[in-house]
Design a protein around this ligand. Structure first.
Ligand code: RP5
Length: 168
């Protein structure tokens, strides 16, 4: 895979706004943004361009549908969906695309995020989502990068270096 962000990083010209997004992030609410900032930071650290939209499966279903269905045609390879409470967003996104979907259950005030976790993880056969830990924003970004790295040697090297740093 030609990787614009990796190439640009070598020349110091990387601009996350201009690079074509490879990861699409969707949040059920702007209240999820503070936690999901961790995913944005992690992707930036890896040099992976992303786009972010806020649209709820319940409040903006048509927008979610259009975004998920069009993501592949825009060049996006992996999707991350973060939501809380009755968190149907990742599952609905997965219903409209063949791209891999990573779900991030948001911690909630009433049930501590167990509501979000169970809503996301118990998908029916045929429509999987890869659910990370409650508030696992960074892990979602790392997993998305690992999926991209299966077809990108430079990104794989970045992840190997990251793992080595973790072990220090
Ligand atoms: C979900 O409900 C959102 O993903 C958020 O985690 C939760 C609360 O949303 P707000 O009421 O703060 O907009 O749909």
């Amino acid at each position: 895979m030609a990787h614009a962000a990796q190439q640009a990083r070598k020349t110091g010209a990387y601009d996350a706004q201009k690079a074509r997004p490879l990861v699409g992030i969707i949040l059920g609410s702007k209240s999820d943004l503070e936690v999901m900032q961790g995913a944005l930071e992690q992707l930036e650290e890896f040099g992976v361009p992303c786009e972010l939209v806020i649209a709820s499966a319940h409040r903006n279903p048509a927008r979610v549908h259009a975004w998920a269905e069009g993501a592949g045609a825009r060049g996006i390879k992996v999707l991350i969906a973060a939501a809380g409470k009755a968190a149907h967003l990742a599952g609905v996104v997965a219903a409209y695309t063949a791209l891999p979907v990573i779900a991030v259950p948001m911690k909630t005030s009433d049930l501590g995020g167990l509501d979000s976790l169970l809503s996301m993880v118990q998908m029916p056969t045929g429509v999987p989502v890869a659910t990370v830990a409650i508030n696992g924003a960074r892990n979602a970004a790392i997993l998305a990068t690992q999926i991209l790295a299966t077809g990108d040697d430079a990104l794989r090297a970045t992840l190997v270096a990251y793992k080595e740093k973790l072990a220090e």
